[in-house]
Design a protein around this ligand. Structure first.
Ligand code: C2E
Ligand code: CA
Ligand code: CA
Length: 235
């Protein structure tokens, strides 16, 4: 799914969102099969697969001289307990086939337990390879402000539930103070689940950095994503 620069409306980055097109059952939502893969202990294989797919897409585009944007990949809290897989991901970042920083990682607050159990080392090792770390779903309900104290995140992704406050007086006040707090920490802000022009205008006024949501684009299959990049950069 494209992520757009709030100021320019140009594509700034993207998020990799997995899809399972089942031969008989059709599209199955990641909301269904991700928890199942976590339960069966296979989620890290999926994370590794996504890293390889994203890397291959970026590499292929670079080889053709096409414009590339950083792509963020969702990590599950379980990934932090799978050292072999994490090392495999780090090795993928070290091959030098794509520029540093082209791959980013999103972690959710469900990872805190793992992170607090001294697994911050894992994130720091990933970061050492030039990958930014994004805190996903901020404000989704489980969020504790202490998460901001666990480590410095490069970017905070404001959950859709916060964006839906726009239009409500107190909700808007809350959003204003949350963004000011995050900005004072030097974190960049991406708003998620943005669907209306009113929301876009409000977020621009807050100096929110990037915007992701149906207003600009739904998640797209790779070929349509490539069309989007062409249209929004001319390359
Ligand atoms: P997420 O990481 O919070 O991803 C954002 C979700 O919001 C995506 O749902 C996206 O399609 C949806 N979305 C984006 N813009 C809008 C909008 O304007 N309005 C509304 N209503 N929804 C919007 P999706 O693709 O169904 O993914 C659901 C969740 O599944 C993701 O939530 C993420 O937690 C998980 N997921 C998806 N791909 C992967 C993956 O490769 N690995 C892992 N571990 N988890 C993944
Ligand atoms: Ca995400
Ligand atoms: Ca999210």
């Amino acid at each position: 799914q494209p992520v757009v620069d709030a100021k320019t409306g140009m594509i700034a980055s993207a998020e990799a969102l997995i899809r399972w097109n089942h031969p008989e059952k059709g599209m199955i939502s990641p909301g269904i099969f991700i928890p199942a893969l976590e339960e069966s202990g296979q989620i890290s294989e999926l994370s590794f697969y996504v890293v390889k797919q994203v890397k291959e897409l970026i590499r292929a585009r670079l080889l053709c001289g096409k414009k590339t944007v950083p792509v963020s990949i969702n990590l599950s809290w379980m990934d932090f307990y799978d050292e072999t897989m994490i090392n495999g991901i780090i090795e993928q970042l070290q091959t030098g086939e794509i520029p540093r920083g082209m791959i980013r990682f999103e972690v959710t607050e469900t990872s805190y337990a793992a992170l607090e159990e001294n697994r911050l080392g894992v994130l720091n090792a990933i970061r050492k390879e030039g990958a930014k770390i994004l805190l996903d779903d901020f404000g989704s309900g489980y969020s504790s402000l202490s998460s901001l104290n666990v480590m410095h995140f490069d970017t905070i992704k404001l959950d859709k539930s916060l964006i839906d406050y726009i239009g409500d007086r107190n909700g808007e006040k809350l959003l204003l103070h949350i963004t000011q707090l995050l900005q004072s920490f030097g974190m960049t802000i991406t708003a998620e689940g943005v669907e209306t022009s009113d929301q876009v205008e409000f977020l621009k006024n807050l100096h929110c950095d990037d915007i992701q949501g149906y207003y600009f684009s739904k998640p797209l299959p790779v070929n349509e994503f490539e069309d989007f990049v062409r249209k929004h950069t001319g390359l």
